[in-house]
Design a protein around this ligand. Structure first.
Ligand code: HEC
Ligand code: HEC
Length: 510
């Protein structure tokens, strides 16, 4: 019996192997051209120059195939990409933001043969592949499995190889360097604490490949090349891989179905320090930020893709801790920020949006700053005035008015450290001004949304990133009547949110 199964498996593997290499060898570029002209040109351009009609809305931009340079390849440094590398990206696409970049995965859309035909076609857009061929995959040595010791050695190798000069001391991608790729486009060293944004996979073998080969066409060098000034041995590269895997920050990761900020009851005073340990008592939820493309002055090229929220309340007040990775501390006049900015350095900023009254039956105000029936408050903090906050009252797009500081007790405080902004926004639960201010109540779902501005990326006014509406729920303190979320409500919320995220992505890709 075992023999039979083994025989079938073997013949399956042989057929699979032969057929895939057959397609690889035979990839028909004329057939590939036909598919390209249906599926690829609107991003990559008719002639593969990376300038299709959608290109101007995409960051990073679509690849220009005419140089023959592929960023994510597994052949030794200095050699052209392997067919398998190009096939892999076409099949799997490239994740980029929390939900993926613009380069789609095609394996569910196109047959394997179609994808090999495309490989042949994109390769034919340059003469390079007529004269050069990769010798095979790099040498992987023997993999070192992760352990405390290996991670420690990896951290040392990270220093020795000077990874920090681009990726920052903590791997947040926040070192002060302005980098470009060979096509002249701005590239940011990857934020290594968010492996789900790695373009070509975050398995140990993928990271080992990147560190060994580098990313051709970009400043990310090879650390295996004998000519490299910061060469690492095979073993040292596996330690680096284990170190990179160990700094993953899951509080920044979007988890499907997480749509409620659960504010926790706290005994005593609410923390004033953005790093206070009390914040760990509150659960952290991460939300995706998408560029604002509804109102005028649309915006397509964001640098920040998410925000993590924690909330605590006591008998008097509620405080939110907003945290997001930002490679630049943007304050007008800041010398480091000026080195990195696209144009003028503006302020970094963040805002919370809340309805003026808790809506009945889990309704939400109009997404764009509310409407006449249901107005909103925005609690706004900016880096130029980091120990204050203001309130903006709004009943629709463009109607926002900053409130007289004497008529609000919203307080703000922000701190930037090692590639991360942490901002506290705090207010009393109820105010004397119920006409204009939300009066918080425990046990109720209250709509809440977030927005952020990266001042070094030209973000100002309506050019910013934002979330959809989520909910904040003040969880009744322990000992009061047990509270359970109505299951049906949660399902409706989750479905609505997924629909929104998909819609936004589609618009973004258009
Ligand atoms: C919606 C826009 C879009 C469409 C459609 C699209 N791509 Fe891409 N593609 C991109 C972007 C953007 C990148 C670069 C991403 C990056 O550098 O992080 C890219 C990169 C690539 C790469 C580069 C891999 C490397 O290692 O450098 C290949 C190959 C590729 N695309 C092939 C295709 C093919 C073939 C099709 C059609 C079946 C296609 N793409 C359709 C946006 C698109
Ligand atoms: C000279 C600057 C520089 C140095 C030094 C550098 N990197 Fe990078 N790294 C980059 C840039 C830039 C990118 C992103 C390229 C892009 O998006 O086109 C990158 C991307 C990466 C990625 C993402 C791969 C993917 O699939 O998306 C990893 C992982 C990485 N680097 C690890 C390292 C490690 C580990 C070291 C040290 C051994 C290192 N880098 C040294 C500039 C650098």
């Amino acid at each position: 019996m075992m023999g039979k199964i083994r025989f079938f498996m073997l013949s399956f593997l042989i057929v699979f192997f032969i057929s895939s290499s057959l397609f690889a060898a035979q990839g028909d570029k004329d057939a590939g051209k036909k598919i390209y002209e249906k599926k690829c040109w609107w991003c990559h351009g008719e002639k593969g120059e990376g300038n299709g009609p959608a290109a101007e809305f995409l960051m990073p931009p679509p690849r220009d195939f005419t140089l023959g340079v592929y960023k994510y390849k597994s052949s030794p440094p200095g050699q052209v990409a392997r067919d398998e590398d190009i096939f892999r990206i076409i099949s799997d696409g490239m994740p980029g933001t929390m939900l993926g970049t613009a380069m789609p995965a095609w394996k569910d859309v196109l047959s394997e043969k179609d994808r090999w035909d495309l490989v042949a076609y994109v390769k034919s857009m340059t003469d390079l592949f007529q004269t050069e061929k990769a010798s095979g995959e790099i040498n992987f040595g023997s993999q070192v499995s992760s352990s405390e010791e290996s991670i420690k050695k990896g951290k040392e190798a990270f220093k020795k190889a000077k990874c920090f000069e681009c990726h920052g001391e903590n791997g947040k991608g926040d070192a002060i360097k302005k980098l470009k790729d060979d096509w002249g486009f701005r590239v940011w060293p990857r934020n290594l604490t968010k492996p789900w944004t790695f373009r070509a996979g975050s398995e140990p073998k993928d990271i080992f490949t990147r560190v060994s080969v580098g990313i051709p066409g970009t400043p990310m060098p090879s650390f295996a090349d004998p000519k490299s000034e910061n060469k690492l041995t095979d073993e040292e590269r596996w330690h680096v891989v284990n170190y990179v895997k160990s700094i993953q920050d899951d509080t920044k990761r979007l988890k499907e179905g997480e749509i409620v900020v659960k504010a926790k009851y706290a005994e005593g005073n609410l923390p004033e320090d953005t790093n206070a340990p009390e914040w760990n008592n509150a659960s952290a939820t991460a939300y995706q930020m998408v560029p604002q493309i509804i109102a005028k002055d649309r915006f397509f090229k964001p640098t920040n893709d998410g925000i993590t929220v924690r909330a605590l309340f006591n008998d008097k007040e509620i405080a939110f801790l907003l945290e997001w990775d930002d490679r630049t501390k943007s304050i007008p006049g800041d010398a480091d920020a000026e080195k990195l900015a696209e144009g003028e350095v503006l302020e970094d900023a963040v805002a919370i949006q809340l309805p003026v009254t808790i809506p009945e039956a889990m309704q939400k105000p109009y997404f764009g700053h509310g409407d006449k029936e249901m107005g909103v408050n925005q609690w706004y903090w900016s880096s130029g005035n980091a120990t204050a906050a203001k309130v903006i009252d709004s009943t629709g797009l463009g109607s926002g008015k900053a409130r007289d500081a004497a008529k609000t007790d919203v307080k703000g405080k922000g701190e930037y450290k090692a590639g991360v902004w942490r901002v506290i926004l705090k207010r009393s639960l109820t105010t004397a001004n119920a006409k204009d201010d939300l009066q918080f109540e425990a046990g109720k779902f209250i709509p809440i949304g977030f927005a952020s501005w990266d001042g070094s990326n030209g973000e100002k006014g309506s050019k910013h990133t934002m979330t959809t509406w989520y909910w904040v729920l003040l969880e009744p303190k322990a000992g009061s009547k047990v509270y359970t979320y109505p299951a049906a409500a949660i399902i409706v919320l989750v479905v609505g949110q997924l629909w929104f995220a998909r819609g936004m992505r589609k618009d973004y890709e258009k």
